[in-house]
Design a protein around this ligand. Structure first.
Ligand code: ATR
Length: 280
């Protein structure tokens, strides 16, 4: 029988998850289908019941349901507990278990271009929302040399940085302070929606003072080359675009459901083809 997978969110029409998951299922010869479901907040509980009732293998969860879904699940895995959000649900017997692959997905994509261990990195993150929490929480577990956060609203950055009390080498900065001290950092990670289509000329920070060794990462992937990444390229810096995190988190979900490893390069090519290397 064909197995059913999916993603729930709202809006969900532009999601590229069905494209990459269906391609991976086909590629590996697995008889399954992955569908995007638009779910209103008021229907979330019923939608979760539907996962069990329909015998689905699992689903991805995206905005705005990543936190709200937690109370409707039977068990929350440590990966989601520490992030306070779920992006993947897997049916395990008669239980629905929530996982989170976002932080690990980002770190996997980052590791591919790093030339030194995370322990030796001074990192700056711009933003303090859900994606930022996933990335911060996952990276500080590896004890980087330093991890600072700048954000428009300082209180939110403060809250996030305090959420890992055992990690000491950290500081909250205004965007201006971060710009003035940018030469400190080996890795600069942008996690807000600034620069996302249609506002494609917007940049979250000036890279004028970034060190030559810096790697600039943007989790925005529409467009793939954001104005921030273009600025970095003009300075000759190495860059990491948001497609990497997107496909790595998807691949980790896929592995949780099927036990098989999808071809990351093929997933990436599908996203690139769909975005056409430009915004849509
Ligand atoms: P997500 O879950 O996708 O990370 P979020 O939780 O809404 O989204 O977080 C959005 C992040 O982008 C926050 O850091 C937010 O800054 P504030 O904490 O000051 O709200 C940041 N952000 C969004 N739009 C922004 C803008 N126009 N200028 C500066 N920061 C912005």
């Amino acid at each position: 029988m064909k197995q059913l997978y999916g993603v729930i969110g709202n809006p969900i029409g532009h999601s590229m998850s069905p494209d990459i998951h269906n391609a991976a299922l086909k590629d590996l010869g697995l008889d399954g289908h992955y569908h995007a479901f638009q779910v209103e907040n008021d229907n979330l509980k019923d939608a979760v019941k539907g996962i069990k009732a329909l015998g689905m293998i699992g689903i991805n969860v995206t905005v705005p349901h990543k936190v709200a879904i937690m109370e409707h699940l039977d068990h929350i895995d440590e990966s989601a507990k520490v992030l306070g959000a779920v992006n993947t649900v897997r049916t395990e017997g008669d239980m629905l278990v929530g996982y989170n692959t976002d932080g690990e997905g980002f770190v996997k994509s980052l590791r591919k271009i790093l030339d030194k261990p995370v322990q030796d990195l001074s990192i700056l993150m711009i933003g303090a929302g859900g994606a930022a929490r996933a990335i911060f929480t996952t990276i500080v577990r590896e004890n980087p040399k330093r991890f600072d956060i700048c954000n428009r609203t300082l209180e939110k950055a403060e809250q996030l940085i305090q959420s890992s009390p055992s990690f000491q080498n950290k500081q909250v900065l205004t965007i201006k302070e971060a710009e003035e001290n940018l030469e400190r950092y080996d890795v600069i990670i942008h996690t807000t929606s600034i620069g996302m289509y249609p506002d494609i000329d917007a940049v979250p920070i000036s890279l004028q003072r970034a060190a030559n060794r810096a790697i600039v990462c943007d989790i925005v992937y529409n467009p793939i080359r954001t104005a921030l990444l273009k600025q970095a390229e003009q300075k000759g810096l190495r860059t990491l675009d948001g497609v990497g995190m997107f496909v790595e988190q998807a691949a980790l979900s896929f592995q949780l459901w099927t036990g098989q490893e999808p071809d990351i390069d093929k997933m990436r090519a599908i996203v690139e083809a769909k975005l056409g290397g430009k915004e849509c």
